[in-house]
Design a protein around this ligand. Structure first.
Ligand SMILES: *Cc1c(COP(=O)(O)O)cnc(C)c1O
Length: 430
C-alpha cells in the first residue's frame, strides 16, 4: 500500500509497509534471512555505498523484513521514516547519538522506566553525555533545566511504572521554544492510544519488546522520525547539518531533507554502532502489530475493571491508574488519551514491603517477570527489581517505592484476574 486514500488505524496495522512478495506472491511478509544482497553491477554497488541510491547492501544496515516493520511503525506513528534496532534501550542511544556530544545534556522526566533512569544517569556519562531529571508537570522547572548545552528533551507518554500520563503538547511547546527536539518514549501507550508526533514530538522511541510485539517473544526497538525538525536552524546539531567526513563531506540535512535523521540512523548509527534488529524479531513484531488495536482495547478495558476493584479494597492503600476518575490525572487522561491510558499501573499495599513480596509470590495467573505489555498479566515489585539500582529518592520520584507493586494487565478474563488478586491479597495481608 502506498499512495491512495487515507486508511484507518485497523487497516494500517495490518497492511502498512507490506505488499505480496514480488518473487513468490507470498501474502505474508517473508523472513528475509540473508546477510547480504547481490549488487546488479559495480556501478550499482558504488551508488549504494555513496548513498546515491537506496537499496540493500548488508543486514547490519537494512533488511527487507525489518524495512516492512520500519515503514509500518512510521505510518502508525505519523512519521516520515523509522529505524529499527535490537532493543528499546538501543533505540534510546540511537535517538540521542546524532544529537549529543561530549559535554552535552538531555533534560529528562523523573518518571521513566527504571532502566532508562540508570542508562541516563550512569551509562551515558561514559560518552561524555549527561541527563538532568525534572518533574515534567512543572513546566517552569523544565524551562529552567534547559541550558546552552541541552540537545534534547525526553519523556514517556504513559510513564512507567505508575501509568502517569504526560501532556506531550505542553512539553513539546517548551522544547520548541528552546529550539530543541522532543523525544517521546511511546512504549506503554503505543500509537493506538497516543501519537506523540501529532502533539509536537520530534522523535518517538519504542521498546517493540512490549505491546507492539505483545506476546513476550522478542526484544526490539525503534525510532520514528517526524521529519519536522529543522536540524540546520542552529549550529547545535552538526552530525545532521555539517559535512560528514565518513561520507566525503555529505551533509545529511541538506541532502536528505526531512529524512535526514532516518538516513543518519541507518548510514551512521546502524553502520557504526551495530545495534541491528534481526529479521526473525521483525517478523514476530509484525505479527503482533496486526492485532495491536484489538489488544490495546482489551488491555484498557481490563485495566479499568481491575484498578477500580483494587481501589475499593480495604487492603489497598492507593492505585495510580490515570484511567480512574479519582486520579489527579483524570482530566489530563481524558483530554490527551481519549482511548484510555493503557494497561500499566501500580498498587500500593497497606502492608508495605513485606506484604508486597508475599502478594507477588502468591499470585497464580499473574507472572512475576521483568516485562510489561504482554497478553499475559504480569506483576513485579519494582523497588526490589527494575528500580533496585535507584536511590530511595529516585524510587519515590519514579513512583516505585517499597510499598508499591507494578501491574501490567493482560487480555485474559478480567473476572479471573480479580479473583487471583483477591486470593493473593488474602495471603499477603492476613
Ligand atoms: C522496556 C522498556 C524500555 C527498554 O526496552 P528494552 O526492549 O527492554 O531494551 C524502554 N522504555 C520503556 C518505557 C520500557 O517499558
Amino acid at each position: 500500500m502506498s499512495d491512495g486514500p487515507t486508511y484507518g488505524f485497523d487497516t494500517l496495522q495490518i497492511h502498512a509497509g507490506a505488499r505480496p512478495d514480488p518473487a513468490t506472491g507470498a501474502r505474508q511478509t517473508p523472513i528475509y534471512q540473508s546477510t547480504a544482497y547481490v549488487f546488479r553491477d559495480a556501478d550499482h554497488a558504488a551508488a549504494l555505498f555513496n548513498l546515491q541510491e537506496v537499496g540493500y547492501i548488508y543486514s547490519r544496515l537494512t533488511n527487507p523484513t525489518v524495512a516492512v516493520l520500519q515503514e509500518r511503525l512510521a505510518t502508525l506513528e505519523g512519521g516520515v521514516g523509522a529505524v529499527c534496532c535490537s532493543s528499546g534501550h538501543a533505540a534510546q542511544i540511537m535517538a540521542l547519538f546524532p544529537l549529543m556530544g561530549p559535554g552535552k545534556n538531555v533534560v529528562a522526566s523523573t518518571r521513566l522506566y527504571g532502566g532508562t533512569v540508570t542508562q541516563f544517569s550512569q551509562t551515558i556519562k561514559r560518552f561524555g553525555w549527561s541527563a538532568k531529571f525534572v518533574d515534567f508537570d512543572d513546566l517552569d522547572a523544565l524551562r529552567d533545566a534547559i541550558d546552552d548545552d541541552t540537545r534534547a528533551v525526553f519523556c514517556e507518554s504513559v510513564a512507567n511504572p505508575g501509568g502517569y500520563v504526560t501532556d506531550v503538547r505542553a512539553v513539546a511547546d517548551v522544547a520548541d521554544a528552546a529550539g530543541l527536539p522532543l523525544i517521546v518514549d511511546n512504549t506503554s501507550a503505543t500509537p493506538y492510544l497516543c501519537q506523540p508526533i501529532s502533539q509536537g514530538a520530534t522523535l518517538v522511541v519504542h521498546s517493540t519488546t512490549k505491546y507492539l510485539t505483545g506476546n513476550g517473544t522478542v526484544t526490539g526497538g525503534c525510532i520514528v522520525d517526524s521529519g519536522k525538525f529543522d536540524w540546520s536552524a542552529s549550529d547545535k546539531f552538526p552530525s545532521l547539518s555539517a559535512p560528514e567526513p565518513a561520507y566525503h563531506g555529505l551533509k545529511f540535512h541538506e541532502t536528505f531533507g526531512n529524512l535526514a535523521f532516518t538516513f543518519h540512523g541507518i548510514a551512521i548509527g546502524l553502520r557504526d554502532l551495530g545495534m541491528t534488529m534481526n529479521p526473525q524479531a521483525a517478523h514476530y513484531t509484525l505479527m503482533g502489530i496486526e492485532t495491536l488495536s484489538l489488544r490495546m482495547q482489551r488491555h484498557v478495558e481490563n485495566a479499568v475493571k481491575v484498578a477500580t476493584w483494587l481501589e475499593d479494597d480495604p487492603r489497598v492503600d492507593y492505585v495510580t491508574y490515570a484511567g480512574l476518575p479519582s486520579s489527579p490525572y483524570a482530566d489530563r487522561a481524558r483530554r490527551c488519551y481519549p482511548k484510555g491510558t493503557g494497561g500499566l499501573f501500580t498498587v500500593a499495599l497497606k502492608g508495605g514491603y513485606d506484604a508486597c513480596v508475599k502478594f507477588v509470590d502468591s499470585l497464580e495467573i499473574f507472572s512475576h517477570v521483568a516485562n510489561l505489555g504482554d497478553t499475559r498479566s504480569l506483576v513485579i515489585h519494582s523497588a526490589s527489581t527494575t528500580h533496585r539500582q535507584l536511590t530511595p529518592e529516585q524510587q519515590q520520584a519514579a513512583g516505585a517505592g517499597p510499598n508499591v507493586v507494578r501491574i501490567s494487565i493482560g487480555i485474559e478474563d478480567a473476572d479471573d484476574l480479580i479473583r487471583d488478586l483477591d486470593q493473593a491479597l488474602a495471603k499477603a495481608c492476613g
